[in-house]
Design a protein around this ligand. Structure first.
Ligand SMILES: NC(=O)c1ccc[n+]([C@@H]2O[C@H](COP(=O)([O-])OP(=O)(O)OC[C@H]3O[C@@H](n4cnc5c(N)ncnc54)[C@H](O)[C@@H]3O)[C@@H](O)[C@H]2O)c1
Length: 329
């Protein structure tokens, strides 16, 4: 048996795939999840599950006393940008205060390694000259979601300095796709590919594309879509690096280094699904950047991360197969 990993948020999209891959690699998995957006059914057999928020010190003390945790993979979080604008306190509470509470309990139990799910939202709207975005690019979040994640990144820096916490923060770009067993089941769903699948299935559902007047080739916004399997092999690299006390940077962008426009994704989905997809063009959403593409050279060289699923057709196909098998269309 390899090390024991405490995964927060393992009942959610990314956390369930993380668990699947870590289990297949021989890690022992302990889970903390309050099921606020996750699904109990998404948990795998063989994990030890504590149903709780990460803000609950009592449960955390129980977890750290009952299990010898080697490292924490902190994925749990609130992650809907629009909701963060209308309810910022929820985002500062979950993504910052509760996460800091978990760090404090880790220190009490001498658990000093953590991999954190951060986001490209910490960069805000980068200058054209900053695309593809490097880790050194100025962080300038424009919504409470990005701000709360950046606050926690900064907290990690100070906890490293003051408490010897060793951490890797992975700044995900747009995560998409599925494995044969686990995929995206958000409610409400705000991500493009699942919404396209819904539109392909339900002719009455009106897919809204936000803005076709961006300074891009077809006027729609461009994003860097990364397959959830490649993303989770990056978690694995980060965990191995920390467990082996290898040298590393603290922050890594995680994307493929190239992007697709919203219309390109719709057209790729039409090809994969062989179905018409009706959509309407709406106004730009406030705070949406025209282009977000990662420069992920650092994680490739430092952690030897080699993605294997950089293919938008494969990503859409995997999501569609997951939907067929688990959502029913
Ligand atoms: N999906 C993406 O494209 C994307 C991009 C960038 C960053 N991220 C980050 O990745 C993480 C996971 O995203 P996801 O798409 O899997 O979301 P998700 O909503 O599917 O999963 C989040 C999980 O965390 C749990 N959770 C939420 N608050 C909790 C709390 N206070 N205590 C315990 N458990 C809690 C939920 O029940 C859920 O199971 C988030 O932190 C998000 O910010 C996701």
């Amino acid at each position: 048996m390899k090390a024991t990993v405490l995964v927060s948020g393992a009942a959610g999209y990314i956390g369930s795939v993380a668990t699947e891959i870590l289990l297949s690699e021989g890690y022992k998995i302990i889970v903390i999840d309050d099921l606020s957006t996750g699904h109990e059914k998404s948990l795998f057999d063989g994990v030890t599950f504590y149903k709780s928020t990460i803000g609950d010190s009592k449960t955390l003390k129980k977890i750290f006393s009952e299990n010898k945790i080697d490292i924490v993979l902190h994925i749990a979080g609130a992650a809907i940008v629009s909701e963060s604008v209308t309810n910022p306190l929820k985002y500062f509470d979950i993504n910052f205060c509760q996460a800091q509470n978990m760090l404090d309990e880790m220190i009490c139990f001498n658990v000093k390694k953590i991999v954190f799910s951060s986001t490209c939202a910490i960069y805000g709207i980068p200058k054209d000259s900053d695309i593809p975005i490097k880790e050194e690019t100025e962080t300038n979040p424009i919504n409470p979601y990005g701000e709360s994640k950046l606050l926690f990144e900064n907290t990690l820096k100070w906890y490293k300095e003051n408490h010897g916490i060793d951490f890797i923060s992975l700044r995900y770009f747009n995560v998409a796709g599925a494995t044969k067993k686990r995929g995206e089941k958000h409610n409400p769903e705000t991500h493009l590919i699942p919404l396209i699948l819904k539109a392909a299935h339900d002719k009455n559902y009106e897919l809204m594309l936000f803005g076709n007047d961006y300074p891009t080739k077809d006027g729609t916004a461009i994003r860097d879509y990364i397959h959830v399997i490649d993303l989770n092999y990056a978690h694995l690299k980060a965990i191995e690096t920390l467990l082996q006390n290898k040298s590393h940077n603290n922050f890594y962008n995680l994307g493929y280094g190239h992007g697709y426009s919203v219309l390109e994704i719709v057209n790729a989905a039409k090809e994969v699904l062989q179905k018409e997809i009706n959509y309407k063009i709406g106004k730009r959403r406030e705070g949406d950047a025209p282009v977000l593409i990662a420069n992920a050279t650092k994680i490739r060289t430092d952690l030897n991360w080699t993605p294997k699923h950089d293919n938008i057709y494969e990503i859409i196909k995997s999501a569609s197969e997951f939907y067929k098998n688990f959502i029913g269309y």
